[in-house]
Design a protein around this ligand. Sequence first.
Ligand code: B12
Ligand code: SF4
Length: 469
Amino acid sequence: MSKAVVDKQKSLKILFVAPKGKKDSKTNQKPLFHMAIGVLVSLTPPHHDIEIADEHFDDTVNYDGDYDFVGITSRTIDATRAYEIADEFRKKGTRVILGGLHVSFNPEEAARHADCIVCGEAENLWQTVLDDVVAGNLKPSYDAKDFPPVKQIVPLDYKRIAEASKREKVDSTKSIPIYITRGCPYKCSFCVTPNFTGTLYRRQADDDLKAQIVAAKEAFFKSTDKKNAKPWFMLCDENLGISKSKLWNALDLLKECDIMFSVFLSMNFLEDDETIKKLVDAGCNMALVGFESIKQSTLEAYNKGHVNSADKIVEVIERCRKAGLNIQANFLVNPDLDSFEDMDELVKFIGRNNVFMPIIQIITPYPGTKMYHEYKESGLITDEDWEKYNALNLVVKSKHYDPVSFQHKFMQIYYQSYSWKNIVNRVRANPYPLINLLSSLAFRKHLRDQLATFEKNHALKPTSKKNIF
Ligand code: B12
Ligand code: SF4
């Protein structure tokens, strides 16, 4: 046997870390594992020994572990924490490989905290990285651009992920992540996808998908006595709808799997009743839809005018509701495109249409987006403290508003959209009243606390309770 072959059998001890930034959301709506870690575990040949530490589940990172290397993933909101963890390991002499979305768009910054950085999708380069570690020849960087494009989605190895993460099995209130497709060919200016996975739209093979659902249930789902309690999957596709025939085919398959699931979809795929019916029949209880704005001009400014139509939002929500599908509506507010009056209009719109679990965010130019490049080139980014990139902070200069008053207005309207009146009407109007009530109460408390803290920190007059009834 040649030396190279013997080396390939060498077992590495690997720790994968999903860091949690200080301002990352505390919501319960988090999947059971970070998809990037799930993919890396599934790509790593079985003779390597893997541990997972996910800070979203309060796992402790063991800095004294005897690891051959530590692989850390990164989204912008978690990047600062990822660097802290990396620095700590390197102080102890453990090698660190940093990868993920944030690192991919900030390689120089990340390189200061790692022995090796990986840019782009890991599928076709990971084996080379592992071979180089074994050969004692780890390079300072690897870029997916230097490898063949990732044309296939790797099926997740749920059994191995469960063993490595030591997560307890869950009931139907916690979600198990899965994805069917990757990529979205649209080019919304605030979204990372067009510059990351977007150009290549890929879909799982039918048999792989079914086998993963069976394995995921076995590994992660604990059945209870509750009637009709099915495992809940979070479909982490960027935009499941892109091809209607593939979407319908996937939904037929999911129907056979006897699960419930939530999904991310753009609104143009919810404009026909047949798709909505198929979603509901397949077990979809919630679709997260980025409506972004109720003004068509704002949608055009984000290059989303051909995906969303402002004048069809009400109709889409209404149709889905009638069919038994909750729509979690996402909206963005932007100080250069939305006046305070527009923001008041948005809250009225949410109230009038009994919008279920509305999410309102401040426009945030995430590194990797077209928007980021434009703001950066114009010198309009005011803050690159990545901890603040949770879409609840204004990090850009505004022509019209000073940052504190804009932020204050945003927090007020967000809280108002969870007024008691809105909550009561929303619970009455939408499917799954109990989920509606519990999620609304949790949101309301969180938003109230945040507003109060903000007002205290900026010595602002507290918002009158009468406004938020
Ligand atoms: C599903 C999803 C969610 C879910 C689940 C999140 C989760 N914890 O997994 C929910 C709804 C909870 C969510 C929340 C948020 N999300 Co989100 N979400 C997504 C979505 C649609 C898919 C993510 C996914 O599963 N991708 C599949 C995995 C496999 O891809 P990946 O992580 O990029 O990993 C690959 C490579 O990056 C690389 N890699 C990754 N890590 C590592 C590490 C090493 C060592 C190596 C070698 C390689 C490597 O290899 C992997 C395989 O190819 C993406 C869209 C997208 N394009 O990613 C947005 C996205 C990630 N979300 C985004 C945002 C902004 C958020 C929120 C901040 C929103 C908010 N205001 O609360 C929160 C943050 C929560 C968090 N910490 O993740 C942004 C992130 C932008 C950025 N630069 O960080 C994205 C890109 C959407 C966008 N607008 O552009 N999200
Ligand atoms: S439709 Fe959604 S996933 Fe696709 S580019 Fe626009 S925001 Fe991103």
